[in-house]
Ligand binder design. Structure first.
Ligand SMILES: [Zn+2]
Ligand SMILES: [Zn+2]
Length: 190
C-alpha cells in the first residue's frame, strides 16, 4: 500500500520531500510523489476569492490509483469550506483523499519573517494530521498530538509532528484492517 503525494501546480521539492519523510516515518507506509496535477482553478469562488476544498478533493480523488492507500494534494492556493473562513487542510475521514494548503502556513502570511524551517514544520504536521483523518483518526485532546485540531498557526506550532500513543494505536489498527479488507465508507471531515 502506497500513499501518493500530488502537487497541484508547482510545489517546492523540499516541501514534498518533507511530507514524504514524515509520513513514512510516522505512519510507516511508502510515499510516492506524483507528477503535478492541474492548478485548482476549477475550484475558484469569485465571491470569496478562495478555492473550494471539497471541489479539490472530488477532483483529486479521481486521480487516486486503485491500489493506493490514499492521495494527498498539496496546493499554494487558499482553501475554504462553505461554513469556514479557511482550512489548512481537509480529508475524507476513513476515505482516500486529502488536501492541504500552504497559503496560510507561510510565516510571511502571518507577519513573521520568511523562515523555511518554520514553514516545513507546519506543513509536515498539517499533512500528517490529514493522513491521520484518512486513516479514520478523529481529533485528539492532547495539545501536543498531531491530531489536535488547528484553527490557527499557533495551534499548529504547539503540536509535535507525531501521533500520541492512543492515536498511533488507532493508525496501526486501521492499517491492519486495510491490509485485511477493502476500503470502507467515508464522510468528509476538516
Ligand atoms: Zn492523539
Ligand atoms: Zn482535523
Amino acid at each position: 500500500m502506497k500513499l501518493y503525494i500530488a502537487p497541484l501546480g508547482t510545489v517546492d521539492e523540499r516541501v514534498l520531500a518533507r511530507i514524504c519523510e514524515v509520513i513514512e516515518e510516522q505512519v510507516g507506509v511508502e510515499c510516492a510523489t506524483m507528477s503535478p496535477l492541474e492548478n485548482p482553478r476549477y475550484a475558484y469562488d469569485e465571491r470569496r476569492c478562495q478555492y473550494d476544498c471539497k471541489a479539490v478533493l472530488e477532483r483529486i480523488k479521481k486521480k487516486c490509483p486503485e491500489d493506493a492507500l490514499g492521495i494527498l494534494g498539496v496546493t499554494h492556493v487558499d482553501l475554504f469550506l462553505p461554513v469556514l473562513k479557511y482550512v489548512f487542510g481537509m480529508s475524507e475521514v476513513g476515505g482516500k483523499c486529502a488536501a492541504i494548503s500552504l497559503y496560510r502556513l507561510r510565516p510571511e502570511f502571518n507577519e513573521e519573517g520568511p523562515d523555511e524551517e518554520k514553514l516545513l514544520k507546519r506543513v509536515e504536521k498539517t499533512a500528517l494530521h490529514e493522513i491521520g483523518h484518512i486513516l479514520g483518526v478523529t481529533h485528539c485532546r492532547d495539545p501536543r498530538c498531531v491530531m489536535r485540531a488547528s484553527t490557527t498557526v499557533e495551534h499548529t506550532d504547539a503540536k509535535e509532528p507525531r501521533f500520541c500513543p492512543s492515536c498511533k494505536e488507532l493508525v496501526r489498527w486501521e492499517l491492519r484492517l486495510r491490509s485485511l479488507e477493502g476500503k470502507r465508507p467515508s464522510v468528509p471531515r476538516k
